[in-house]
Write a new protein. Structure first.
Length: 157
C-alpha cells in the first residue's frame, strides 16, 4: 500500500508540472494576464503582486483533496492532494525564493540543473508582453539551458 500511495503522490507531483506549464501559457498569458502582468512588469513597487492570487487557485485543489481524502482513512485523494501540495511547495522554493529572491536565501548555486532553471526563467521574463513567451514550465527545462549552465559553471572554476 505504501508503494501505491507513493506512486500516486509522485504522479500527481509530475502531473502538476504539466498543469503549471499549461496554465502559465494559456491562462496566465491568456485571459488572466490582468493578474499575471505585474509579475513581468517590475515597475510595481509592492512586495505582493496580483500574480500571487494564483497561489489560491493552485492551493485549493491540493487542500481539498487532502481534506476529503483524509475523512475516511487516507485514500488516494489524500495522496493526490499531497502531490499537488508538494509541487506547490517546490514551486514556491524554486520560483519565489531561488529565482526571484523574495526572501534573500539560496542565492548562489554551481549546480547545472538549478542554473538551467534560472536561465530558462530569465528567458521567460525577457518578454514582458502577453505574447511570444518561452519556457512556461518550472522543473522541466529545455536542454539548451543546461548547456548554457555548464558553460557558466566551467567559466567560474
Amino acid at each position: 500500500m505504501f508503494f501505491l500511495n507513493l506512486c500516486v503522490t509522485l504522479a500527481a507531483f509530475i502531473g502538476m508540472e504539466f498543469m503549471a506549464w499549461f496554465t502559465h501559457k494559456y491562462v496566465m498569458h491568456g485571459f488572466l494576464w490582468v493578474w499575471h502582468s505585474d509579475h513581468h512588469d517590475k515597475s510595481t513597487k509592492s512586495w505582493f503582486e496580483k500574480n500571487d492570487l494564483f497561489f489560491l487557485i493552485y492551493a485549493t485543489p491540493g487542500a481539498l483533496s487532502m481534506i476529503l481524502g483524509s475523512i475516511h482513512g487516507f485514500n488516494f485523494l489524500f495522496f493526490i492532494g499531497l502531490g499537488i501540495t508538494l509541487y506547490g511547495f517546490t514551486y514556491f522554493l524554486i520560483h519565489d525564493i531561488f529565482i526571484h529572491q523574495r526572501f534573500k536565501i539560496f542565492r548562489n548555486s554551481n549546480f547545472a540543473y538549478f542554473l538551467a532553471i534560472r536561465k530558462a526563467h530569465k528567458a521567460h521574463h525577457k518578454v514582458i508582453t502577453k505574447q511570444d513567451g518561452v519556457c512556461f514550465g518550472m522543473l522541466v527545462v529545455p536542454y539548451k539551458y543546461f548547456e548554457q549552465a555548464k558553460k557558466t559553471i566551467f567559466k567560474i572554476q
